[in-house]
Design a protein around this ligand. Structure first.
Ligand SMILES: Cc1cc2nc3c(=O)[nH]c(=O)nc-3n(C[C@H](O)[C@H](O)[C@H](O)COP(=O)(O)O)c2cc1C
Length: 469
C-alpha cells in the first residue's frame, strides 16, 4: 500500500448514524426515513464529497422500552449494519464502512467471515466497531440471554477479537486471490485451521476468504470503563470516545497513551475520534438561533422527563419540566421503567448526582438541562464556520484527538454545512486532508499495516485485567 506524505496532526471526520438516539430530528419533513436506503445513500455520498474517512453505523439490538412502550427518544428500526454497508459500498469508492457489532451475542468465525466479506467487496474499506452491550434486557433477545458480567464480557470479547484476527491472518499476504482456482490461491500452502478452546466456545475453523487490500478490517472500540480502555489499547486501531471537550480529550489521550505503551504498542497505533455534533452557520448569531431550534425539536417537556426517567428508574410524571432536577437518588437495581438502558445501578447514582450539582450551579431547569445534554456523545460545536474551524485547529495542534465522529442532527442534509463550509476552512488551515490518501480505510486513517500474525488470547484468565493504569 502506498501512503502519500501528509502533514502532521490532520483531523479526520467520520459520520455516525446511531442505532438509537435522540440526536437526530426525524420529525421535519425533509428527514425522510431511517429505513429507506435513499437516506443513507445521500448522507454517505455527501460525506465522501467532504473526504470523510468513515461512515459509521451504531447498533441497537433491542428497541428500548419506556413505561411499557417503545422509547420515544429512539429511532425505531434501522436495517442491519453489515447489510446496509454492503449496499453502500456499491455507491461509494473511498469512504470507510464501519459496522458496530457486539461480541456477546455473535460467534467469532461467523463474524470474521462476514466482516472479511465486506472488506473484500469494498476494496479494503471495512471496519468493525467492537461493542459488548451491557444490559440483560438486550441479552434476553438472544440465546445467551444477559449471561456475562462486566469483567467477563471483556475477557470474552478479547478472546473473540483475537480469534477473528487469527482467522483473518491465516491466509498469507501473497494469497490475495487473483482468481478462484485453488492452485492460484494457495500455491501449496493451504490455510491451517484456527483453534480456540475457552470458557465460552471451542472452535476449529479454516478461513474461507483471503485477505483484503487493507490486510484485515480496521477495529474500532467504544467502551469507556477501565477494562474497555485496556482492551482498546491491546486490540483496537481507533477509539470512538465520549470525551470531546478539549480538556477532557487531553486527559483521555494521556490515559490511552499510557495503556497503549503498557500493552507494548506505539502510542500512534490507537487513534481517537470522539463523538460530536456540529451546528453551524455563517454568523455566530445565526448558529445560536439554529442551536435553539434544534434543541427544541429534539426535546420537548415530556421527552425531557422521559430522558431523566431512564436514569432515575422510576416515573417522574409528577415533576415540573421547568423545575429543578429530582433531589433524590435513582434506584440502584435494574428498573422496569426503561428497559435496555445501559445506565443502571451505581453508575446512574454517580452520574445523576453530578448532573444535579451541575444543573444547580448553572441555574438550569429540567428542560434546559436535558436540552443541553441532548444530541451529544462527546463534543458539541456551535458557531460560525470560521470560529469553529479555529477551535478545531486548536484541537489539531494539541494532538488530543485524531478527528471526530459526527452525529448529524438532520438526515440527510445535516452534513451539507460541514462539507460545504467547514471542510474548506479546515483545509485552508492545513488541518484536514485535501484528498484521500489511498484506497483503503487503513491508509485514509493514517494507520500502519497490522503486523503478522495476531497472537491467541485465552478467555479463561481474568487476572491480567486487574492491572490499573
Ligand atoms: C461513544 C460510544 C458509542 C457506543 N455505541 C454503541 C452502539 O452503537 N451499540 C452498542 O451496543 N453499544 C454501544 N456503546 C456501548 C459500548 O460498546 C459498551 O458496551 C458500553 O459502553 C459498556 O462498556 P464500558 O463499561 O466499557 O463502557 C457505545 C459506547 C460509547 C462510549
Amino acid at each position: 500500500m502506498s501512503t502519500r506524505n501528509q502533514p502532521k496532526n490532520l483531523l479526520r471526520l467520520g459520520v455516525f448514524f446511531q442505532g438509537v438516539n435522540s440526536g437526530t430530528v426525524w420529525k421535519t419533513p425533509e428527514a425522510g426515513s431511517q429505513t429507506d436506503f435513499e437516506s443513507f445513500r445521500r448522507l454517505i455520498q455527501t460525506a465522501e464529497r467532504g473526504i470523510f474517512s468513515a461512515f459509521f453505523l451504531g447498533e441497537g439490538l433491542r428497541l428500548r422500552e419506556h413505561l411499557g412502550q417503545i422509547h420515544d427518544l429512539d429511532v425505531a428500526g434501522r436495517p442491519d449494519a453489515q447489510t446496509l454497508l454492503a449496499a453502500l459500498a456499491a455507491v461509494t469508492n473511498r469512504i470507510g464502512l464501519v459496522a458496530t457489532q457486539n461480541t456477546t451475542y455473535n460467534d467469532p468465525a461467523d463474524m470474521a467471515h462476514r466482516l472479511a466479506s465486506l472488506d473484500l467487496i469494498s476494496g479494503g474499506r471495512a471496519a468493525w466497531n467492537i461493542v459488548t452491550t451491557d444490559n440483560a434486557w438486550t441479552g434476553a433477545n438472544f440465546r445467551r440471554g444477559g449471561y456475562l458480567d462486566h469483567a467477563d464480557r471483556y475477557t470474552h470479547a478479547e478472546a473473540f477479537v483475537a480469534t477473528a484476527k487469527r482467522i483473518w491472518d491465516s491466509w498469507g499476504r501473497e494469497d490475495i486471490a487473483a482468481n478462484g482456482s485453488q492452485s492460484a490461491w494457495f500455491a501449496g500452502n493451504a490455510p491451517k485451521p484456527v483453534e480456540h478452546t475457552g470458557k465460552h466456545y471451542n472452535i476449529s475453523y479454516t478461513s474461507r476468504l483471503p485477505r483484503s487490500a487493507q490486510i484485515r478490517p480496521v477495529l474500532f472500540q467504544a467502551g469507556d470503563s477501565a477494562e474497555g480502555r485496556d482492551f482498546a489499547a491491546r486490540q483496537a486501531d481507533v477509539i470512538f470516545s465520549a470525551h470531546g471537550g478539549l480538556e477532557a480529550a487531553k486527559v483521555f489521550r494521556a490515559d490511552i497513551t499510557a495503556r497503549t505503551l503498557k500493552a507494548g504498542r506505539p502510542a500512534s497505533a490507537v487513534k481517537i475520534m470522539p463523538g460530536s455534533e456540529f451546528i453551524l452557520a455563517a454568523t455566530e448569531s445565526e448558529a445560536e438561533e439554529k442551536h435553539r431550534w434544534v434543541r427544541e425539536q429534539q426535546i420537548g417537556p415530556q421527552q425531557a422527563l422521559a430522558y431523566l426517567e431512564q436514569f432515575w428508574g422510576e416515573s417522574l410524571a409528577g415533576l415540573d419540566p421547568e423545575g429543578p432536577l429530582p433531589d433524590f437518588d435513582p434506584k440502584i437495581s435494574e428498573s422496569d421503567v426503561t428497559r435496555g438502558s445501559g445506565f443502571q445501578g451505581a453508575k446512574a447514582v454517580e452520574l445523576t448526582r453530578s448532573w444535579r450539582e451541575s444543573a444547580k450551579d448553572q441555574g438550569l431547569n429540567i428542560l434546559e438541562f436535558v436540552r443541553g445534554k441532548s444530541g451529544r456523545v462527546g463534543g458539541s460545536f456551535v458557531g460560525s464556520y470560521a470560529r469553529v474551524a479555529d477551535t478545531l485547529e486548536r484541537y489539531a495542534e494539541s494532538g488530543a484527538v485524531d478527528g471526530f465522529n459526527i452525529t448529524p442532527w438532520l438526515i440527510p442534509s445535516g452534513l451539507d454545512d460541514i462539507v460545504n463550509h467547514l471542510v474548506p476552512e479546515l483545509q485552508e488551515r492545513g488541518v484536514y486532508p485535501t484528498h484521500y490518501a489511498g484506497d483503503t480505510l487503513r491508509e485514509n486513517l493514517g494507520l500502519e499495516d497490522p503486523t503478522d500474525v495476531a497472537p491467541a488470547v485465552t478467555d479463561e484468565d481474568n487476572t491480567r485485567y486487574e492491572v490499573a493504569v
